[in-house]
Design a protein around this ligand. Structure first.
Ligand code: C5P
Length: 408
């Protein structure tokens, strides 16, 4: 069913100290048979259940257990393992491991790698039924899910304690199916379920006469990618878009506008029902002071156009934001972070996504982008060059974290 989804993929398998660790031998072996490059990281407790040598032979790679081991070559193990992985699977995942990850504790190699990776993480818990149902474990699971971690439900059957119940680690084949699904990008994390996000996209057009207008360079690709990523994350999405050649992602409510003042009206009208507004549109800052209802005739002299300011949509939202999350974009040609921080303060935003539009290979019509996310508390996260779709997912993760930070 999963075809070649695992072929050539770098998968990091984390094994923690539960009796189900013996099943992970089979998991690693089958992943390798399907062409995956498997690296295993074991916790100290896992080494009591299965010898690292077993995983070394099955994976064909060295097995890492110790955060402080002297590296054979000059690299930092937790960073290189985290960077190389296209997917991390923790199977079995004990309550202890899930608790540590949910609390940001990184006191061994596995938890440190998981914290350092950008790859999707699939957690496969296996434990006694009472432990699984313990509200502390369930709260930790919920927290991690809200942050974009993936979980598999344990299977029902005879547990190591002798009882029949929920808590068994799913069979290796079922884990492989889930791994294949995640690797082929079909995951639908629900980190924004129940939220309404309004995303603006594209340029605006400020008419001079019936055939001419002033506009900004914008393809709308970033905004449409954001709308799609928000939908994938389970949000209800309203896309307020200026004129673009793009097809709106199915599932969002689309509001088409031309002028900045129409975009302002459309966004303001819907603001009350939103939890978050992401202003990715390249809104024109000026509009012609007068619209000529008939085409302006070409003359032999200069023509002056008087321009007036359009409403600053974000600034006006910032004044009435309540507990909503406001995200702005900043296209800069220098001093990117300092200018973004200034914008964040001036407009009362929670996050500014800044990019250097002086670069040729990203921004505007490009399919790729490279951004720096600047937060209210002064944090900066640089997202290296990647397709806009991926950048959009990364931004959605940060938006989910901002929501979570308010509740948590
Ligand atoms: O101040 P500046 O135009 O650089 O800020 C850019 C951010 O403000 C973008 O998120 C853009 O969508 C938004 N904006 C706006 N209304 C305007 C101009 C820009 O909401 N009139």
């Amino acid at each position: 069913m999963e075809g070649d989804a695992l072929k050539g993929k770098s998968i990091l398998v984390g094994v923690t100290g539960g009796i189900a660790a013996y099943k992970s031998c089979e998991l690693v072996s089958r992943m390798r048979q399907r062409g995956a490059e498997v690296r295993v990281v074991m916790t100290e407790a896992a080494c009591r259940f299965v010898a690292p040598l077993t995983f070394r032979v099955l994976s064909g790679n060295p097995v890492s257990c110790d955060l402080f081991a002297d590296p054979g070559q000059w690299d930092v193990a937790h960073v290189s393992l985290a960077d190389a992985a296209q997917l991390v699977v923790i199977a079995p995942a004990t309550a202890n491991c899930v608790g540590k990850l949910a609390s940001g504790i990184a006191d061994d190699l596995l938890t440190t790698v998981v914290m350092a990776t950008r790859a999707p993480v699939l957690i496969v818990p296996a434990m006694n039924e009472a432990m699984y149902n313990n509200p502390v474990f369930q709260a930790n699971k919920k927290r991690l899910e809200s942050l974009g971690y993936h979980f598999m439900d344990p299977a029902v059957g005879r547990l190591a304690c002798g009882k029949i119940g929920t808590g068994r680690m799913p069979e290796p084949e079922d884990i492989i199916s889930e791994v294949a699904r995640l690797l082929s990008g079909q995951e639908t994390p629900s980190m924004l379920a129940g939220r309404t996000l309004l995303v603006t996209a594209g340029p605006t057009r400020e008419p001079i006469d019936p055939v001419r207008f002033i506009t900004n360079r914008s393809s709308g690709k970033m905004g449409y990618a954001l709308a799609e990523a928000a939908l994938e994350s389970g949000a209800r999405v309203i896309l307020v878009t200026g004129p673009t050649c793009l097809e709106a992602p199915p599932g969002c409510e689309v509001v088409r506008v031309e002028r900045a003042r129409d975009m302002h009206a459309a966004v303001t009208q819907r603001f009350n029902s939103c939890d978050c507004v992401v202003m990715a549109a390249a809104v024109a800052d000026y509009e012609p002071a007068q619209f000529s209802p008939s085409k302006i005739k070409k003359g032999s002299h200069e023509l002056s156009l008087r321009l007036t300011r359009t409403p600053d949509i974000l600034e006006s939202l910032g004044k009435v934001k309540g507990n909503r999350i406001l995200v702005g974009f900043a296209a800069e040609t220098g001093d990117v972070v300092a200018n973004a921080m200034q914008k964040l303060k001036d407009k009362n935003l929670d996050l500014v996504v800044a990019n250097d539009v002086a670069r040729q290979d990203t921004g505007f019509e490009s399919d790729d982008n490279e951004v720096i996310m600047v937060f209210r508390d002064g944090r900066e996260i640089a997202v290296p060059k990647a397709p806009k779709k991926e950048i959009a997912r990364r931004i959605m993760l940060e938006i989910a974290r901002l929501f979570w930070g308010r509740e948590g």
